[in-house]
Design a protein around this ligand. Structure first.
Ligand code: ADP
Ligand code: ASP
Ligand code: MG
Length: 463
């Protein structure tokens, strides 16, 4: 079997859905396929916006949700026409309309209580994938495919970490196998969503449909998982920043994980986990250019001779410095810092400590900076009072750039080349970290240098 996932950009409107369905049709004539779908492009953001408006008590949420409903219904009618919509696919249309009604009711509830908990937001976001999968499955049937809508809330069991729920693989795999392996048609599966033990809707994190596809592939022991998107594959850098970026034909699971962890949006970082576990290759393909070979992410890849494989960047990060004489030779200080941050559910992206032990620099997402500072001030109150450590300093408007590649392992001199190239380009580096895997070197720069830094490193190694 083959799992094919179509991202929001590949199902952004009726024309794109037609195109995706024709790709599915061609493949399904050759092999058994299962399809995983995202919401139409922009719908998840729109749903979040509706929830925010409703939470603020802003009446305009009704207009905003009606616009979403109209977009979905218009797409349905464009694809199927009134005749099918009233005839064979009347049931699908009814189910789409029932979803819209229920979405409006939920938002009204949010407005009444003026509160949208992460749990409610997951439920609200889940409509994007459910509506699109309903529409697309109906269209696939209308062109003669045996397509069946499958709701992952009945298959993927997660914990209750709303917004980024953790998956119980054993149970989920069992559910998926039971459902998908016994189907003879094409499963049209909602990406991004799951449910906890009580059946409450959860989501797997933004961009999470890639991860869903990999979970489905691992559970069904598929031969391959294809991620269909709007670029020709994994590129050596973000094409929005680096004009010379090119498609990487093959890349290891580890490199793909590092690239996506450090900001290459083309694939969600968790996607590699189930695929790697079952040794299933992931292929990134372009929906608008299906004949392009794409990028293959696998174990058995051909070695290339460039010192690095790619570059990525994480936007909007902040740097917090913890420093002071009391840090020197005092065991436990770092553990206090990290415990406080973990308890506040702050995700530290990058850490560096000078060998003098005088300071620790922490890099985290700017949106979490306030929460992090509060937690640190609480935890280290006594140390600050006793002047063992100084008041925390924070710097924002920063970006992390990461240089990634398996060939960096055990090969000296690469860091030297990176930083002299940056120095020659007049780019000031604020902090540096190397993963112990030696597969990545990351550095922190001011936002205004981002484009220049990416291009400088790309030119140095990848031209
Ligand atoms: P989808 O809607 O298919 O999930 P995404 O928007 O999530 O697509 O991901 C594809 C986008 O990722 C591309 O359009 C591109 O702008 C961006 N991108 C960032 N870094 C890279 C990279 N290294 N390689 C390819 N695409 C990248
Ligand atoms: N629709 C979700 C999002 O926008 C999941 C996905 O597209 O993969 O984040
Ligand atoms: Mg995506």
């Amino acid at each position: 079997m083959k799992v094919m996932k179509f991202g929001g950009s590949s199902v952004r409107d009726s024309a794109h859905i037609r195109n995706a369905a024709s790709i599915i049709k061609t493949e399904s004539e050759k092999t058994h396929v299962a399809v995983v779908l995202s919401a139409m492009k922009g719908i998840t953001d729109k749903l979040i916006h509706c929830a925010e408006l409703a939470e603020r008590g802003d009446e305009s949420f009704t207009a905003a949700v009606s616009a979403v409903a109209e977009q979905e219904k218009a797409t349905f009618l464009e694809l199927l026409g009134e005749k099918e919509a009233q005839g064979k696919e009347a049931e699908a249309l009814a189910s789409l309309e029932a979803m819209m009604k229920s979405l409006k009711e939920i938002l009204l509830g949010v407005k009444l209580v003026r509160e949208c908990s992460p749990r409610s937001l997951d439920l609200i976001m889940s409509f994007g994938e459910r509506m699109n999968s309903t529409v697309t499955a109906a269209y696939m049937r209308s062109i003669g495919l045996k397509a069946e809508y499958v709701d992952t809330r009945q298959l993927i069991l997660t914990d209750s970490s709303y917004g980024e729920a953790r998956v119980n693989y054993t149970e989920s795999y069992r559910n998926i196998r039971k459902r998908i392996n016994t189907m003879d048609g094409i499963a049209v599966i909602t990406g991004f969503t799951g449910a906890n033990e009580e059946g409450v809707t959860t989501t797997l994190g933004r961009n999470g449909s890639d991860f869903t596809a990999s979970i489905i592939a691992a559970a069904t022991e598929s031969a391959v998982v294809e991620i269909w998107t709007d670029v020709d594959g994994v590129l050596s850098a973000d094409p929005g920043c680096v004009q010379n970026a090119y498609v990487i034909p093959e890349i290891s699971y580890m490199e793909a994980s590092e690239l996506s962890y450090f900001g290459a949006e083309v694939i969600h970082p968790y996607t590699m986990i189930p695929a790697l576990d079952k040794n299933i290759p992931i292929v990134i393909k372009n929906t608008m250019n299906p004949s392009a070979p794409g990028t293959r992410i696998a174990h058995d890849i051909k070695k290339h001779h460039r010192p690095i494989t790619g570059i990525a960047s994480i936007k909007d990060v902040a740097l917090i410095n913890v420093e002071g004489n009391g840090m020197i030779g005092t065991p436990g200080m770092a553990s206090k810092v990290f415990r406080a941050l973990a308890e506040a559910e702050v995700n530290v992206i990058m850490i560096s400590q000078a060998s003098s032990e005088h300071s620790i620099s922490l890099v985290l997402r700017a949106v979490q900076a306030d929460r992090a500072l509060k937690a640190l001030n609480r935890e280290l109150e006594n140390e600050i009072k006793a002047k063992r450590i100084e008041e925390f300093t924070i710097r924002e408007n920063l970006e992390i750039v990461s240089v990634i590649g398996d060939n960096m392992v055990g090969s000296p001199g690469i860091a030297g080349r990176i930083f002299s190239a940056l120095g020659n380009a007049g780019i000031n580096v604020l902090s540096i970290a190397q993963g112990s895997s030696e597969r990545s070197i990351s550095f922190l720069i001011d936002r205004r240098y981002l484009k220049k830094a990416l291009n400088t490193v790309h030119d140095e190694f990848l031209l």
